[in-house]
Design a protein around this ligand. Structure first.
Ligand SMILES: [Zn+2]
Length: 470
C-alpha cells in the first residue's frame, strides 16, 4: 500500500511537472516572440530626423533676417499699409517697406478666404530704385518654400539676398561681371511662399507640404486643375475647392500679373532636377522658345549639378503628371517666356516618414554645398537670361496690364470673362466646364423626352379598324 501510495504520489509529481514545463515553455515562447516583434518593429520604424536648428532658421527668424538685411541697405524707410482695390471677397493688403535711394524693397501682402488668412512677403531688388519701372531691364520672379517641408529652398533665398546685397559672395564668381549682370535686372523674391504650412512643419508636422488648411499650392492653379492620377493622395496633392481657392495662390498670381516677369523659377526640393513645362503633359512645348529653355537647363545641369539633374518637362522627367501647377500656369496663361521649376536636393534613401531628411540636407557640408551651388545656378541663369534678353523679350507678352484685379474671382470659382473689346481678361475654366456638362445633360434629357413624346403620338392618333368578320 505504501508502495502504491508512493507510486501515485510520484505519478502526480511527474504529471504536474510536464504541465509546468509546458507552461513555462509557452511563456518563454510568447516572451521571445514579443521581444523579436519589438526588435523588428523598431527596425521597421526608422528614427525621424528632427529639424537641425544649427543649420536652419525658423520662418520667423528667417524673415526677420531678411528685413534687417533690407534695412541695412537702405538709408530711409517708409512703412505703410496700402489696401489694394481687390475684390470684396478676398481683400488683399500690402505693407511696403522701401527706400527711394537704394535698391531693395519689401512688401507684405495679406489675403483671406472663408476665414483662412495668409501673408506673402516679397523682396524687390533693383540696383537703383529709380529704375524700378525701367522696362528695358530683365524682370525675374523667384519663389521659394511653396511646399512647407522643403526648408532648404528658403535658405537658398536668404543666401541669394545676401549675395544681391553684396554682404556675401560666392567662390569663383567674378564680382565685376556679376555687378554688370545685376545692373540690368529687377528681381522679386518670395522667400517663403507657404508661411502657414511652414508653421505646421515647425510645430512638428514634419511631412506637411500643403498650406495651412491642407491644400497643395502647386496644384491650385488653373491649367488642367483638379485632374487626378491613379495614385492621387489628398494628403499630398489636394488641389483645393477650385483653381485659386487659396489666398497664397491668388497673391502669387496677382504678383506675377502686376510684375509681368520674363523669367519665373519655382524652387523646390525632393530630388535633383531642372524642369520646364509641361507638368500636366508628357511633353515639352514645341518651338524655338522651348529649345532655348532646354538649352539653358542643360547648361545649368552641367555647370552646377555635375550632370546629375533630370532635365526636361516635369511631366516626363518626374515620372508622374501633375495638374494645376504654378509653372504650367506661368508659361501657358501668364506667358512668361522662361518658366522653370528647380528641384535642388533630395535624399532618395531616406525613409518615407523621415521627411526632414528626405527633403533637406542634414549636415553642414551638404547644406553649404546645396545653398552655394543653387545660388550660383540662379546667378548663372540670370546671365543666360540677359544673354538671351532680346529673344526673351520678343517672346514676352506685349501689353503689361498692371491694373488687372482679381475681382473676377467669385465664391471660390473662376468664370471666363471677356471685356468689352473682346479681349480675354482671365481664363476661368472650371465654371465653364461645369456649365458645359449641365448643358449636355439638359440636351440629352430633352432629346429623350422628345423621343418618348413622339413615340406616343402615333399610338393615340392611330385609327382603330373594326375587326374583320369572317
Ligand atoms: Zn515641392
Amino acid at each position: 500500500m505504501i508502495q502504491m501510495a508512493c507510486f501515485r504520489h510520484l505519478r502526480r509529481r511527474f504529471t504536474i511537472s510536464p504541465c509546468l514545463i509546458l507552461l513555462f515553455g509557452c511563456f518563454w515562447i510568447v516572451d521571445c516572440s514579443r521581444s523579436v516583434n519589438h526588435v523588428s518593429h523598431q527596425q521597421r520604424r526608422p528614427s525621424i530626423t528632427p529639424i537641425n536648428r544649427d543649420l536652419y532658421h525658423t520662418s520667423d527668424t528667417l524673415m526677420k533676417e531678411v528685413i534687417k538685411l533690407v534695412k541695412r541697405h537702405q538709408d530711409r524707410f517708409h512703412v505703410g499699409s496700402v489696401p489694394f482695390p481687390f475684390s470684396h471677397f478676398f481683400p488683399i493688403y500690402r505693407i511696403c517697406l522701401f527706400d527711394s535711394l537704394t535698391f531693395q524693397q519689401i512688401e507684405t501682402f495679406t489675403s483671406s478666404n472663408k476665414g483662412y488668412k495668409a501673408d506673402l512677403n516679397v523682396v524687390t531688388y533693383c540696383q537703383n530704385i529709380t529704375d524700378i519701372k525701367d522696362s528695358s531691364k530683365l524682370r525675374i520672379l523667384l519663389s521659394f518654400g511653396q511646399h512647407a517641408r522643403e526648408l532648404i529652398t528658403s535658405e537658398v533665398a536668404l543666401k541669394m539676398l545676401y549675395i544681391l546685397s553684396e554682404e556675401q559672395t560666392l567662390p569663383k564668381r567674378n564680382p565685376v561681371l556679376l555687378n554688370r549682370t545685376l545692373q540690368n535686372l529687377i528681381i522679386k523674391v518670395v522667400p517663403i511662399e507657404n508661411l502657414n504650412g511652414r508653421a505646421k512643419v515647425e510645430a512638428g508636422e514634419i511631412c506637411e507640404r500643403r498650406n495651412g488648411r491642407g491644400v497643395d499650392l502647386n496644384r491650385n492653379w488653373s491649367v488642367d486643375w483638379g485632374k487626378k492620377e491613379k495614385d492621387y493622395d489628398p494628403k499630398e496633392e489636394n488641389p483645393g475647392s477650385g483653381p485659386f481657392s487659396e489666398p497664397e495662390s491668388q497673391m502669387m498670381r496677382k504678383l506675377s500679373r502686376s510684375f509681368n516677369p520674363h523669367i519665373w523659377v519655382n524652387v523646390h526640393s525632393g530630388m535633383e532636377a531642372l524642369f520646364m513645362p509641361y507638368d500636366h503633359k508628357n511633353t515639352t512645348p514645341p518651338g524655338e522658345q522651348s529649345e532655348k529653355m532646354k538649352l539653358m537647363l542643360e547648361t545649368l545641369n552641367h555647370l552646377h549639378c555635375d550632370d546629375r539633374c533630370a532635365v526636361g518637362s516635369g511631366g516626363k522627367s518626374v515620372g508622374y503628371l501633375a495638374h494645376g501647377t504654378t509653372t504650367d500656369y506661368m508659361f501657358e496663361v501668364a506667358k512668361i517666356p522662361v518658366s522653370f521649376t528647380f528641384e535642388i536636393y533630395g535624399d532618395e534613401k531616406a525613409a518615407w516618414q523621415d521627411c526632414f531628411k528626405m527633403f533637406n540636407p542634414v549636415d553642414r557640408p551638404t547644406f553649404d554645398r546645396v545653398v552655394n551651388e543653387w545660388s550660383a545656378a540662379l546667378l548663372s541663369m540670370f546671365e543666360m537670361g540677359l544673354h538671351e534678353m532680346k529673344f526673351v523679350k520678343e517672346m514676352a507678352p506685349v501689353n503689361v496690364d498692371n491694373l488687372i484685379s482679381i475681382d473676377d474671382y467669385l465664391k471660390g470659382y473662376l468664370i471666363e470673362r471677356k471685356n468689352r473689346y473682346g479681349e480675354k481678361t482671365e481664363l476661368l475654366e472650371i465654371g465653364l466646364q461645369e456649365m458645359r456638362t449641365y448643358f449636355r445633360l439638359f440636351l440629352l434629357s430633352s432629346i429623350l423626352l422628345m423621343f418618348m413624346f413622339c413615340s406616343r403620338i402615333p399610338k393615340s392618333t392611330r385609327t382603330v379598324l373594326p375587326p374583320v368578320t369572317p
